[in-house]
Design a protein. Sequence first.
Length: 374
Amino acid sequence: MAQSHGVFLPKGSSIYYCTVQVQGEKKRASTGCRAKKDAIAFARRWKAALIEEAKAVQATGPQMTMLQGVTRYMEESGDHLVARGQYEVFFDWLLDHIGEDTPLSSIDNSTLARLMMERGCEYRFGCEAYGLVAKSYVERSVLIPLRTLLKRASELWGVSLPNEPTWGRHKVKGRFRTRVMSYDEEAAIRAVVSDDLWALIEFVLLSGLRREDALIEWSQVDRTARVIRCVIKGNRPHEVRITPGIRDLLDGAAQAGGQCENVWTWVPRAGANAGRRQPMSYSMFQKLWEAARKRAGVKGLNIHDLRRTAGERLYRATGDIYAVSRFLGHTSVERTQAYYVHIQPDDVEERQLAMEWVRSKSLEEHSRLPPQLH
């Protein structure tokens, strides 16, 4: 076998082949040439092209597909996500609609706009009777997980994203949800639910915790320190004070639950576990809540509205926005004001009356002063 400059003629072949080495990696290919001179020229051109390609990759960083990115993200961060199951569902949807082999570097504004449009055309729970999903859900299930993935790929994995979407342009605009539960609605729901389910609903109303955070275990309850310790959204530690109302709920749960490590339990009336006490799960809480809400004739109220109700009621009782923010575990008072506490006309009137009362009392005291002290 003749060989020169990486070009060689395999035995029995009339076509020259070549072997080139770039950054320690050897590659072999047919030159398609019958003349050695032409084959050498081909090998030189090919090697030069490979060198340029290697330089480009080095300059832009490693490439990564959507599937590779999601897999690595869940391996590195999945165990620390409070809503891991929800993220898995969101990422599965994104993989289906973006494509597993799509490079992260190719995801741009048009990709994100298409995804949010497609998500916005879906129905809640996959049923037309429930109406289209909320705009806030579109943002939460598409924009936020995709932004989280791409930011990690860029900042920690060195993946170049020349077409990264302008995230702020895709954020949902419009009024924030302000739905809270009235006391009449609370009484109506209480009348149609079991004691087990009501204990959990009341715990959310008194603690202000999200659904996934409210499903606590006894290991999180410290009666000596009078706190319940949680890890909430953003992997942040949070404590809920055990007030007398919460203490009574815990005492009832302990008596009902027996040796179960979960605080909140329930007893199915049908199915394989009928009559046997079971831990309350994330999905079962949703199912039982929806059934109870319908029986009570309450419309348009979801589980997360209970958390908003807790925040609003604390604000109505105290007027202390900073205490409400701490109570809800927010990172800023601005978030509390934007999403959870909404000033109503009655609030304005109440403060107007307080201002008028202070003014009248001040004028009254001022009129009693001697003229020389005015």
